[in-house]
Ligand binder design. Structure first.
Ligand code: AMP
Ligand code: MN
Ligand code: MN
Ligand code: MN
Length: 294
């Protein structure tokens, strides 16, 4: 592989966070890769929630088509009472420390899904667990997104966003408190598997300024190295806010659609804004193991 120039490197269409049916995406891992290719993505990371079961299939298709591919994961963490997502990029997705940690995080999902279903039943919505499971292709990974899809399909609410607003966020009837992984553990598993830890979509967390500072202090102290500056979940103002944070903290910057599916995601694969030109793209560290195709 030839090492790209700094300008070419920056201009690479990198999309380093998206989902397949292995978690709460709508497309099979293979189809995610094909859609990314069709959209002009040059470097793709599949980052399913708490699960790496789609990596081999996605990597095979990516390789067959000459698409740069990065093994990834998005780990659910509880910090200051909030759910925070930490993406791992360039992981050895067979590393036993990572696999054990992810299995531990996933193991809480089943009981949580039952509690969510019980809570929804109390407000008159019956059979939500069975309904959510019909949307979950991976039985070990029933997420709120699957509940939301079931509630839309059964006519309770018009769209997934409205379901979240009315039922699935804190303070609403279907929300259940849940303790995910500790921040240091998640970063540690990613590092054990030789990956780069990234704070996903930081603008989405309801943290006080002090807690946001503590989050990044502890993330960096644990060996975290990057932040999603450009995210499908960020407005331009939010992007600028976290570009500033990346500069101040000397963090690498990531660019990611967080694509789940055509009708559920504001940004399609590869269709994100470019990174501000002075930031250091995290993918500079990911390219040697994922050469770009022709
Ligand atoms: P869980 O890991 O089960 O808590 O589910 C989290 C997933 O739900 C996220 O990864 C998104 O896919 C989806 N999600 C969370 N909040 C919202 C929202 N406000 N609108 C639409 N989808 C959401
Ligand atoms: Mn999701
Ligand atoms: Mn997320
Ligand atoms: Mn995501």
């Amino acid at each position: 592989m030839t090492v790209p120039s700094a300008d070419r490197l920056r201009a690479i269409n990198a999309d380093l966070h998206c989902h397949s049916t292995v978690s709460d995406g709508w497309l099979e891992p293979e189809a995610v890769v094909l859609r990314a290719l069709a959209n002009g993505v040059e470097l793709l990371a599949l980052t399913d929630h708490d699960e790496v079961g789609g990596i081999d299939a996605a990597a095979r298709v990516a390789q067959a088509h000459g698409l740069g591919f990065v093994a990834g994961v998005e780990i659910s963490v509880t910090f200051a009472g909030e759910t925070i997502h930490i993406v791992g990029l360039g992981i050895d997705h067979r590393h036993p420390v990572l696999l054990e940690g992810l299995a531990q995080v996933r193991s809480g999902r089943d009981a949580r899904a039952r509690l969510m279903s019980d809570a929804l039943e109390k407000v008159g919505i019956r059979g939500a667990l069975a309904g959510a499971r019909r949307f979950a292709r991976n039985p070990a990974l029933v997420s709120r997104a699957h509940f939301a899809r079931h509630l839309v399909a059964s006519g309770v609410m018009p769209d997934v966003r409205t379901v979240f607003d009315h039922y699935l966020v804190r303070g609403k009837p279907g929300f259940v408190e849940h303790e995910w992984a500790a921040l240091e553990d998640a970063v540690g598993w990613i590092r054990a598997a030789a990956g780069i830890a990234v704070v996903a979509h930081p603008a989405r967390y309801r943290l006080s300024a002090a807690d946001m500072t503590r989050l990044f202090d502890r993330f960096v102290a644990a060996g975290g190295e990057a932040v999603e500056v450009v995210s499908g979940a960020h407005s331009e103002d939010e992007m600028r806010r976290f570009a500033t944070l990346a500069r101040q903290r000397g963090l690498l910057a990531s660019r990611a659609s967080d694509f789940h599916g055509e009708n559920e995601s504001p940004v399609d694969l590869g269709r994100c804004n470019p990174l501000p030109p002075d930031l250091d793209p995290v993918w500079a560290r990911l390219l040697p193991s994922a050469p770009l195709g022709g």
